[in-house]
Design a protein around this ligand. Structure first.
Ligand code: TRP
Length: 447
């Protein structure tokens, strides 16, 4: 079974070395594992919550997209997209907002921290707090539940949000699932082995501490930042203590075990800090210079990045659109047509609101689609040489009876007298496929 891994990157800054070692690099490694189906996206709606500077949002989206691609993300293996290119996400956010308990959101750490700060300052508790900040966890739940992610790699500060996604998803399942679990329960994945990278001053590398090392800006900037790494005052020739040196920790995060061991012994033997910084610079240059070239290549071709992300959005929507259709159906946002048609069951072609739509291909062959009441495609027929055969096949399907359905991977096909006559769309997984088989059977049961 494939594990669906999903994570979002808030687009409000420029990636630094800490983001690379702590999130980007491990995510790319994870995406290459067999059995992983990865969804990585730019959380640009989330960025709007934190940032009201359009230029910065625009720039950060571009830089982060270019960084991931330059770092080796293979968009043929993963689904890489911008949150804001998926209209199903805000739509699902609303469906979830209507089941999320306000009391749950009152407990969100980020919101509570803002309230506490206001209270401490003697202000109104909600001063400066937007509905965006308050609803942040619901939007994040929609990101996760939309694609039924099993694993969500995040930093510790985000664990609560993943728990809230479970809570909200469960409530939706309970209210509307009628025994069916629409949403998979996601789990936060905290990579213990990925140490948080220390910054120049030894605290966690973070933009808010202004202690970062830039990732892809220029060798000069990187060198300049490295020169500001805080060390102790031991002179060249004096033995250094690698285990209490964040310069060493930084080195190790990018070195092979052998390189790390060698650097350690050199420090113990009294390598000067100036020299040690030079070594770190060379190591990072070796690791990152090619990716930096690729990064600048992408930054110079934003139209290509646009194409890549739009293709990713299309891939993501091929999952999101039919799934949201099901959810809308579940809460009662249904086509009026299905009501009319099922009331008029004697009418030809009306099968519990599902309908056959035939069409002609450019090559002259005849085909038909079977659409559910909500317009979702249940089947697409094979090509038939003439309209009569196509008509006979769809008629035979409407007559009900035992269907010869054959599942293969995440799709299935319909067979009549030993010949394949129609195919289902590709589903996200076997669970979605089996649900669609049930829908099809219901749709084709004569009333
Ligand atoms: N809130 C996350 C962060 O700031 C980013 C994010 C948004 C996210 N949606 C997500 C992470 C969904 C994982 C899954 O780090």
């Amino acid at each position: 079974m494939t594990t669906r891994i999903l994570t979002g990157i808030t687009t409000s800054g420029t990636p630094h070395l800490g983001n690379y070692a702590g999130a980007i690099r491990p995510a790319i490694v994870a995406s290459r594992q067999s059995g992983a189906d990865s969804f990585y996206f730019l959380a640009d709606y989330h960025a709007l919550i934190k940032c009201d500077d359009p230029l910065r949002i625009q720039r950060s989206r571009l830089e982060i997209a270019a960084t991931w691609l330059a770092a080796g993300l293979d968009v043929n293996r993963v689904t890489f997209y911008r949150q804001s290119d998926i209209p199903e996400i805000p739509e699902l956010t609303w469906l979830l907002t209507c089941v999320a308990a306000k009391g749950l959101l009152n407990r969100a750490h980020a919101y509570k921290a803002s309230v506490d700060k206001n209270v401490e300052a003697g202000e109104d508790p909600d001063a400066g707090i937007t509905m965006g900040l308050y609803s942040y966890p619901v939007l994040m739940a929609a990101d996760i539940l939309m694609f039924n992610a099993h694993k969500v790699p995040v930093g510790r500060d985000q664990i609560q949000h993943v728990e809230m996604a479970r809570d909200i998803g469960q409530r939706f399942n309970h209210l509307f699932g009628k025994g069916k679990e629409f949403f998979v329960m996601p789990e936060a994945l905290i990579e213990e082995s990925v140490a948080t990278l220390p910054g120049l001053d030894g605290r966690k590398m973070s933009k808010s501490y202004d202690n970062t090392i830039p990732l892809f800006s220029s060798p000069k900037d990187m060198k300049e930042a490295i020169s500001r790494i805080v060390t102790d005052s031991r002179a060249p020739g004096e033995a250094k203590d690698p285990d209490n040196s964040h310069l060493f920790t930084l080195y190790q995060a990018f070195a092979t075990p052998e390189q790390g061991a060698e650097f350690r012994s050199e420090l113990l033997q009294g390598l000067g800090w100036g020299e040690a910084k030079q070594r770190l610079f060379q190591l990072l240059e070796g690791e990152l210079s090619e990716a930096r070239e690729r990064y600048h290549g992408f930054m110079e071709r934003p139209a290509d990045l646009e194409d890549i992300l739009l293709a990713g959005a299309e891939k993501a929507r091929s999952v999101a659109t039919p799934f949201l259709g099901e959810l809308r159906e579940a809460v009662g946002l249904r086509s009026f047509r299905s009501v009319v048609q099922s009331a008029d069951s004697g009418k030809k072609k009306a099968v519990k609101g599902a309908r056959f739509v035939s069409f002609r291909e450019d090559d002259g062959s005849f085909r038909f689609r079977l659409l559910a009441a909500d317009g979702e495609q249940l089947l697409l027929s094979r090509n038939f040489a003439d309209g009569k055969t196509a008509g006979a096949v769809s008629k035979q399907l409407q007559q009900g009876g035992e269907l010869d359905l054959r599942s293969e991977d995440d799709r299935f096909s319909v067979w009549l007298e030993g010949a394949c006559v129609a195919d289902s769309p590709l589903f996200s997984d076997s669970v979605a496929r089996d649900a669609a088989i049930e829908n099809l059977k219901t749709a084709l049961t004569p009333q």
